[in-house]
Design a protein around this ligand. Sequence first.
Ligand SMILES: O=P(O)(O)OC[C@H]1O[C@H](OP(=O)(O)OP(=O)(O)O)[C@H](O)[C@@H]1O
Ligand code: HPA
Ligand SMILES: [Mg+2]
Length: 166
Amino acid sequence: MTDRLPHEKGFLVSWDQLHRDARALAWRLQGEAPEDGWHAVVAITRGGMAPAMIIARELDIRTVDTISVKSYDHQTQSEPVVIKSPDMEIVGEGEGVLIIDDLVDTGRTLEVVRKLMPKAHVATVYAKPKGRAQVDSYITEVSQDTWIFFPWDTALQYVKPYRAMD
Ligand SMILES: O=P(O)(O)OC[C@H]1O[C@H](OP(=O)(O)OP(=O)(O)O)[C@H](O)[C@@H]1O
Ligand code: HPA
Ligand SMILES: [Mg+2]
């Protein structure tokens, strides 16, 4: 995290916006489905779980699994590691499988996930330029110096009127 902050810009995503963007992604993925459809969704925990649920609902996919990737600080470990895998008997090499995450930033998380399921279709709701090549589908691109604030990390709060800040 320390190498990513501070960011010049902040992009605040509300639950409503996330729902709409995840549904837009589901619509796109429906159009990209193989002939016999997508048969499973794998959410990258934790941020991928909310969009994965919305997409699984829209595409009527009942087989939903998770993969957990832990990213370490540069100084302690340079490679993110998989600390929980999906059921490999179900996902195989990833054929007909959708891998969902909330966003791709540097692409390091997806690099590890792709190694495990090289034939899967990888989709994120948001994408930054550095990691874009790691995703097959996404909805909204933001610049590399933008930090995306997700609704589960934020809260509505009172703000002072402009005049009170003089
Ligand atoms: O493209 P990258 O540079 O690898 O970054 C993107 C990943 O980082 C965030 O997850 P994080 O590891 O912070 O965990 P979380 O989903 O549990 O919040 C985000 O949800 C992506 O999974
Ligand atoms: O822009 C971001 N927002 C939230 N989590 C993240 N993890 C990597 N980049 C981001
Ligand atoms: Mg994540």
